[in-house]
Design a protein around this ligand. Structure first.
Ligand SMILES: [Zn+2]
Ligand SMILES: [Zn+2]
Length: 340
């Protein structure tokens, strides 16, 4: 089959790759479209320590089932599906308590095993979710990023309340809509005006993240601070600021990633003085069905701000996005030859 292959960091080309066969309990999917995520850029840039080259990246995958392996029931050729990329070991403590997103031996389709930038991809049947009627294959590639938003909203127990989201990158945008779907009034911040513009299109009130941010949020919340603060910048200073921004008794949810070894400082007394809840949120677990429902319901407009590229043009697209990271809000690679 044809695939987009990264042989080593900063080397990307289209070429031949062995067509996978569905093993026992597995499903073979003909790729219709696959999103481009920061994680895919990290593999291209050599920043993902788990990627083993040569690698076929792509973990935001939608397509059509072409074949099922032995023992697979309920999934048939012709069904339109999305692939949930995270595979837990099922044995470690997080897997045993239903948090396989934090599995000690986590494997990810598109990182540890070949992903969706190819004609075909295989996945365990339990990682396959049917695309509801009326939801296009293109839009369905957003299930994974929207699921990250759903996971963070579950972790932060977001309801119909004031929610401050720091960062309007691809994940911040997914967060805005997941929170709004729960009735939240969303205020979103960023340092890049074009990203704020997109955030406004998705229904958030926006603020430029500047020196006056804490003061502005206090003024907006009658001096109380935000009931919920979700951090999606990965900037250590922004992470530290969450404690100043949150209301006493409120919740902080950290979604952004900092570099390994980066330390964050909080004033220790605030833990008891404010009694805020601080939770982390990693990728998603059991959130695909809710994300698919949200997308199908028409509540999510995120796919409309995405840019469509031809899958086989991926080498040029990756080179360009590497030089101009803000060239698009979100890119999706479409395999035009597929029957979408
Ligand atoms: Zn992703
Ligand atoms: Zn595990």
């Amino acid at each position: 089959m044809r695939a987009v292959i990264m042989n080593e960091p900063h080397e990307i080309h289209t070429g031949d790759w062995d067509t996978p066969r569905p093993g026992e309990g597995q499903v073979l999917v003909s790729v219709g479209a696959a999103g481009i995520c920061a994680g895919d850029m990290y593999i291209y840039q050599g920043k993902n320590p788990y990627a083993v080259y040569p690698v076929v990246a792509g973990h935001e995958i939608a397509g059509q089932v072409v074949e099922v392996g032995a023992g697979v029931t309920g999934i048939e050729p012709g069904m339109r599906v999305v692939v949930e990329p995270f595979i837990g070991c099922g044995h470690c403590y997080p897997c045993r308590v239903g948090k396989s997103n934090c599995c000690a031996n986590l494997r990810i389709i598109g990182v540890h095993m070949p992903g969706g930038y190819a004609d075909y991809v295989t996945a365990p049947a339990r990682n396959i979710h049917l695309i509801p009627d009326g939801l296009s294959t293109f839009d369905a590639t957003f299930t994974e990023p929207v699921a990250i938003g759903v996971q963070a909203c579950r972790r932060a127990e977001v309801g119909a309340e004031y929610v401050l989201i720091l960062g309007c990158g691809p994940i911040g945008l997914a967060l805005i809509e997941a929170a709004r779907a729960r009735g939240a009034t969303v205020v979103a911040t960023d340092v890049v005006e074009s990203r704020l513009e997109t955030a406004r299109q998705l229904g958030a009130e926006t603020l430029l993240a500047n020196e006056a941010l804490v003061e502005t949020i206090m003024a907006q919340t009658h001096g109380e601070g935000a009931p919920v603060v979700i951090e999606a910048t990965g900037n250590p200073r922004a992470m530290e600021q969450t404690v100043d921004l949150v209301a006493a008794g409120g919740r902080i949810c950290i979604v952004g990633l900092v570099k390994r070894g980066t330390m964050i400082n909080f004033p220790g007394l605030d833990f008891t003085r404010k009694e805020m809840t601080i939770v982390g949120s990693r990728a998603s677990v059991s959130c695909f069905p809710e994300a698919l429902e949200l997308l199908a319901s028409g509540h999510i407009h995120y796919p409309k701000v995405a840019t469509r590229f031809d899958l086989w043009d991926a080498p040029n697209v990756f080179r360009r996005l590497n030089e101009h990271p803000d060239a698009v809000q979100k890119g999706v690679l479409v395999r035009e030859s597929a029957t979408n």
